[in-house]
Design a binder for this molecule. Structure first.
Ligand code: CO
Length: 209
């Protein structure tokens, strides 16, 4: 893969394969989308959401940013979440991190990276709440990987604390928020068993009535 022209050529073959497998594929695609999943993942090129989940165009609404952060002041993420939940009616929100995440690594270090340090502050603040556990892990890679899991848990909570998700629950819309992590070494997704599907699972302070 060395030139943008190759991408256009690949696309032509892809479109042809889709039409051969299902002649109505693009007619259906153009008619509208009804994905059941919203994926919130890292921008890392090694974690392509639909490809690793084996789903097709139209199956998954996707938002990716550096280190799969859910910041309650991020209009981009909140707009994606609102549209996915309220208009598309997705049934599952999947927050997926990955081991060896460069964003998490950067947030755990004291190195200066420029503007992005302001974004990584979201993760640094989570690190700060888990120093005791993290300091107890001697191996640097293992410590980073544990923080990648902790970051997923924090971002799952952030999704659940939004008025958007709580509004869906209040109106009786079935919606489950999941926390997963992807292994770059083995290509496998792991469910971190963090699923939340109702307001009673949230700490009292965060419940909106
Ligand atoms: Co990453």
């Amino acid at each position: 893969m060395s030139s943008p022209k190759a991408l256009i050529d690949n696309n032509k073959s892809w479109a042809q394969r889709q039409s051969e497998a299902n002649p109505a594929f693009f007619k259906d695609l153009a008619a509208g989308q009804a994905p059941e999943y919203l994926w919130i993942g890292c921008s890392d090129s090694r974690v392509p959401a639909t490809e690793i989940c084996g789903v097709h165009a139209g199956d998954m609404f996707v938002h990716r940013n550096v280190a799969n952060v859910v910041a309650n002041t991020d209009l981009n993420l909140l707009s994606v979440l609102q549209y996915a939940v309220e208009v598309l009616g997705v049934k599952h929100v999947i927050v997926c991190g990955h081991y060896g995440c460069g964003g998490v690594k950067a947030a755990m270090s004291n190195d200066k990276h420029g503007m992005i340090d302001n974004w990584l502050r979201n993760i640094k603040d989570v690190c700060a709440q888990h120093t005791e556990e993290l300091d107890g892990i001697a191996d640097v890679a293992a410590r980073t990987d544990r923080m990648c899991e902790i970051n997923v848990a924090a971002q799952v909570a952030n999704v659940c604390h939004t008025s958007i998700v709580q509004g869906a629950w209040e109106s009786g819309q079935p919606l489950t928020v999941h926390g997963w992590i992807f292994g770059l070494n083995d290509g496998l997704l792991k469910d971190l068993d963090l699923s939340v599907d109702n307001v009673e699972q949230l700490p009292e302070l965060y419940r909106l009535r």
